[in-house]
Ligand binder design. Structure first.
Ligand SMILES: [Zn+2]
Length: 368
């Protein structure tokens, strides 16, 4: 066969190049996965809940007048905006938000438990893991999407990083120690990796007391993660926040809303940072979700688990340059298991076939 002339080779060359890029992820795409522990879809989409806040004994609200001033508005749309103004004004219009029951959408967990470890393993491995039945500090043999990304893209460990408020994530984010970079609970980190700001935060975090021993306050997790992002240019970050769940268990509905409002402030700072860095601007997808729902009633809104209806219902937001600008999506049924594959698609990696049992990505959430 005669050799094709050079102009005829060009399309072949372009095809070979695009096939190669397809296998290696879109150059420079970045994903930041964020979880807010145990935030109910009712609060995320509707803000201040009239059922929960009706009686002080049920809600634990300390100053109802103050809370109503801060968060009560006439419509659910205005109420959610009062709690999370940056998310609803600036992020939601740039992506897809799932799980608003009033619009016929649901996001469900597929594990039967409705508490944290099974939810996080479902998010990170792409399916419910039958052997994850407690919140024990235990290593599981399930390869996570974070490990998969690091191995597939041959990245140094610091470029796939998890910053988490709850210490147990040390065991849940990967199937083996050292598979990705993890800073969990009150962990310090090797001095050689610290910037002066990180050193200051790591020193202060142990003196700022959260409600429970196993978690640091979210403000430290967020600030450390932002500093890491500026210094190490991670392709994928996982940020797991926790304050909201602790405050709900302690029956302080007012402080749950305040914590969500504070997390919205973090999202503003994160997005401003993303927009200020050429490596991230226009290339970064945020995926926001939660590990489980909680009860619907005045008594059980604080709780979650197999016995508490509502624990199975969550929410999901995918915000970024590859996601259609649709805001709240009506009439969509999505599962927690589909988040891992969606993350891969947002990076430009194949969302199917990466793990034998993993669920497919949320259809249309990340266009390759
Ligand atoms: Zn909990």
């Amino acid at each position: 066969m005669p050799l094709p002339s050079f102009p005829r080779l060009l399309p072949l060359l372009a095809f070979a190049l695009s096939a190669r890029l397809g296998a290696q992820a879109t150059p420079d795409a970045r994903v930041i996965l964020i979880t807010f522990d145990g935030i109910r879809a009712a609060d995320f989409f509707g803000g201040l809940d009239t059922i929960v806040s009706a009686r002080e004994e049920d809600s634990g609200i300390y100053d109802l007048e103050r809370l109503r001033r801060d968060y009560w508005r006439a419509t659910p749309e205005a109420r959610r905006r009062a709690v999370m103004p940056f998310f609803w004004d600036s992020l939601a219009p740039r992506g897809m938000v799932f799980g608003d029951a009033t619009r016929g959408s649901t996001v469900r967990i597929t594990n039967p438990h409705g508490f944290s470890a099974p939810g996080y393993q479902e998010i990170l491995t792409g399916h419910a893991q039958p052997d994850v039945t407690s919140n024990d500090q235990r290593r599981y043999p399930h390869r996570t999407v974070l490990e998969h990304v690091r191995a597939t893209l041959a990245l140094p460990p610091e470029r796939v990083a998890a910053f988490t408020s709850w210490e147990n994530f040390r065991f849940y984010v990967a199937s083996r120690d050292g598979a990705i970079f993890v800073n969990a609970g009150y962990d310090s980190m090797p001095a050689a990796l610290q910037t002066p700001m990180m050193g200051r935060l790591l020193g202060l975090q142990t003196r700022a007391l959260a409600l429970w021993e196993g978690s640091r306050l979210d403000a430290f997790t967020g600030a450390l993660a932002l500093e890491w992002l500026r210094r190490y240019d991670p392709r994928v970050m996982y940020l797991a926040f926790n304050d909201t769940d602790d405050l709900a268990h302690n029956r302080r509905y007012d402080r749950v809303l305040d914590a969500l409002h504070a997390l919205d402030g973090f999202l503003r700072e994160l997005w401003q940072t993303v927009e200020s860095l050429p490596a991230y601007r226009g290339r970064t997808t945020l995926i926001l979700t939660t590990d489980h729902g909680r009860g619907h009633t005045p008594r059980d809104w604080t709780d979650h688990g197999e016995e508490v209806p509502g624990s199975e219902t969550i929410w999901l937001a995918v915000i970024g340059p590859r996601t259609p600008d649709r805001g709240v999506v009506a009439d969509a049924q999505v599962t927690q298991a589909s988040i891992a594959a969606t993350l891969l698609e947002c990076l430009g990696l194949p969302g199917t076939g990466w793990s034998p049992e993993s669920a497919p990505p949320v259809p249309g959430a990340c266009v390759r």
